[in-house]
Write a protein that binds this ligand. Structure first.
Ligand code: NAD
Length: 357
């Protein structure tokens, strides 16, 4: 074992836990030394992959060689596992959504503060290239000042797995994919939220939402539509954004996309009316040749380091976290506002009350 690496035990060696093990294998600052899972078959999978399988969580807590506990269990047990790990002197990486509610997260933060240990949430989709391209366009005003943004993920497989169907375990798509899209949004747009409206879908007849739509208005004028769907047999683009000078689209994870801006140097010709359906329109006619410029998507905005390198820097005291707990808490509050807006069928105009409670 390379003792210069920070030691990690993964609690919950399921889909994401084993994915983490693979990611950390490629990292030269952290090393997975073991796992703990409730299920015998997952313990066997851990041993087969070459990781020690702890017999109990207490055994992990008692092992002074373990510096970091990485939590990749279903959402309902994140809080209790995190608090116990922090109280045992471990640093914690916790999967998203960090907790079932903002109150639970505050308990976790208090435990981290009391123990003087780092708690960082794996909001890994801040590193997604499609998001960082949009962030670049927002920051650099590539299509002018961005004022409308649609961020979607569409699937046609329904809600996957088992616990994601169960409300008590933190199932549903708002907590699953929603937390990623909302985290990206608030990481990008540094402005007060002035209103939130939403609706959840229950097309599949589960007790948890199989998708949702939320409209979030920011004080700086940006309006964002965030949508997750699991019954979409035809997908809409991942991103559709409008700025004062143009429009951009990213279709998919492979970054198929483009942006189109007004050509300020081009010769302006009145568009000719076209037949549209059974009618005639000039308003919806394509712009005349030369009136617009189509460009390839710009390079993505850079983040200072990878999630795991940043975590290593944070526990070594040499960097600030890229995923800040105050940001995670704000997202947690936004999720609560989205649930409330849908349940009451109301526009939430007092979002500041959620963040200050
Ligand atoms: P999963 O069902 O595949 O795995 C969960 C594992 O945790 C199972 O093996 C289960 O036996 C184990 N487990 C349950 N309770 C436990 C306990 N008290 N102690 C120890 N082990 C326990 O679920 P998953 O898809 O891997 O999701 C796990 C977490 O990872 C969730 O919080 C989910 O939201 C998150 N996740 C994040 C991403 C991402 O990209 N960041 C992707 C997928 C999942």
């Amino acid at each position: 074992m390379n003792t210069s690496k920070h030691t990690v035990v993964i609690v919950g060696y399921g889909g994401m836990g084993s994915y983490h093990a693979g990611l950390i294998r490629e990292n030269d600052r952290l090393e997975v030394t073991g796992t703990y899972d409730l299920l015998e078959e997952r313990r066997a999978a851990s041993v087969e992959a070459g990781y020690r399988s702890y017999a109990s969580f207490e055994e992990v807590l008692d092992d002074s060689a373990v510096e970091i506990v990485l939590i990749a269990t279903p959402n309902d047990v994140h809080k209790e596992i995190a608090i116990q790990a922090l109280q045992a002197g471990k640093h914690v990486i916790c999967e998203k959504p960090v907790a079932m509610s903002s109150d639970e997260f505050k308990e976790m933060l208090a435990a981290a503060g009391e123990a003087g240990r780092t708690l960082m949430v794996h909001q890994n989709r801040r590193w997604d290239e499609d998001f960082r391209v949009i962030k670049q366009m927002y920051d650099k005003e590539t299509i002018g000042s961005l004022f409308q943004l649609e961020s979607r993920v569409h699937g046609a497989n329904g809600i996957p797995g088992d616990w994601r169907h169960v409300k008590e375990q933190g199932g549903g798509m708002l907590l699953d994919w929603g937390v990623h899209l909302l985290d990206q949004l608030l990481f990008m747009i540094d402005s007060r939220i002035t209103s939130v409206s939403s609706s959840l879908s229950f097309i599949l007849g589960n007790e948890v939402d199989d998708g949702f739509e939320a409209v979030i208005q920011f004080e700086n004028g940006v309006k964002a539509m965030v949508e997750v769907g699991t019954t979409n047999f035809i997908s809409l683009p991942r991103w559709y954004v409008k700025g004062s000078e143009g429009t951009a689209v990213i279709e998919d994870w492979s970054l198929t996309g483009r942006y189109v801006t007004r050509n300020n140097e081009g010769v302006r010709v009145e568009p000719k009316p076209i037949r549209a359906g059974v009618g005639l329109t000039k308003t919806m006619a394509p712009p005349s040749e030369g009136a617009t410029i189509t460009e390839a998507l710009p390079a993505a905005a850079e983040l200072p380091s990878s999630f795991f390198d940043n975590f290593a820097d944070v526990i070594e005291g040499t960097a600030e976290p890229i995923v800040k707990n105050a940001e995670v808490l704000r997202v947690q509050h936004l999720i609560e506002a989205i649930f409330a807006a849908a349940e009451k069928n109301e526009v939430i105009k007092n979002f500041d009350l959620y963040t200050s409670k």
